[in-house]
Design a protein around this ligand. Structure first.
Ligand code: URA
Length: 210
């Protein structure tokens, strides 16, 4: 673990991740667990949001109470598997604005190709949390972050479920200013760019497309 990459070792996260990795876990259970884990990861990735205080009245007395300060949040899902993290996070942060970046991985070059981009206009004034369950080669994630920067984002965090060391390193090189939060860093990538031991194709497992 480095300052750039934070691994969430919480027992609930690790237990849920283990069930998600198992090949016989059903689509329905996989989807539900991803939703649950996304809330726990969202809790971690927002841990250092700036706070202020406000004077409120409880039924008994007045008090100076803590509340979130300043900039609002934008969640950006990297399609399509990012959507699996989105709903759980929105349960926790319902006022967040939401953007989408559509990238597919060219199966031969493993390079990202953009097919969709729609984000809130005031990204420069928001804390932007980009989400994608799998940080594999890091090529699509780095490209998505680049597009968010082009669109004005200045304070970006990247949230994933699983990372390969190669992907973490690629992100650290390309975007040292973007901290990565993940539930685990696995061993390595295989020759097809899949994370080992991993959990397979997150999109297929989430939507039952294979
Ligand atoms: N994308 C996935 O869904 N799984 C991997 O292992 C790598 C990239």
């Amino acid at each position: 673990m480095s300052e750039h990459c934070h691994v969430v070792t919480h027992p609930l996260v690790q237990h849920k991740l283990t069930i998600m990795r198992e090949k016989d876990t059903s689509t329905a259970v996989f989807r539900q667990l991803l939703r649950e884990i996304s809330q726990l990861l969202a809790y971690e990735v927002t841990r250092d949001l700036p706070m202020t205080t406000t004077v409120i009245e409880t039924p008994l007395t007045e008090m100076e109470a803590p509340r979130l300060a300043g900039r609002k949040l934008a969640l950006v899902s990297i399609l399509r598997a990012g959507n699996g993290l989105l709903d759980g996070m929105l349960d926790l942060i319902p006022s967040a604005r939401v953007g989408f970046v559509g990238l597919y991985r060219d199966e031969e070059t493993l390079e990202p190709v953009e097919y969709y981009f729609k984000v809130p206009q005031d990204l420069d004034r928001r804390v932007v949390i980009a989400v994608d369950p799998m940080l594999a080669t890091g090529n699509s994630s780095a490209a998505a972050i680049e597009r968010l920067k082009q669109a004005g984002a200045k304070d970006i965090r990247f949230l994933c479920l699983l990372a390969a060391p190669e992907g973490v390193e690629r992100m650290r090189q390309a975007h040292p200013d973007v901290p990565v939060t993940t539930a685990a860093i696995d061993e390595r990538l295989d020759e097809n760019g899949y994370i080992l031991p991993g959990l397979g194709d997150a999109g297929d497992r989430l939507y039952g497309t294979k």
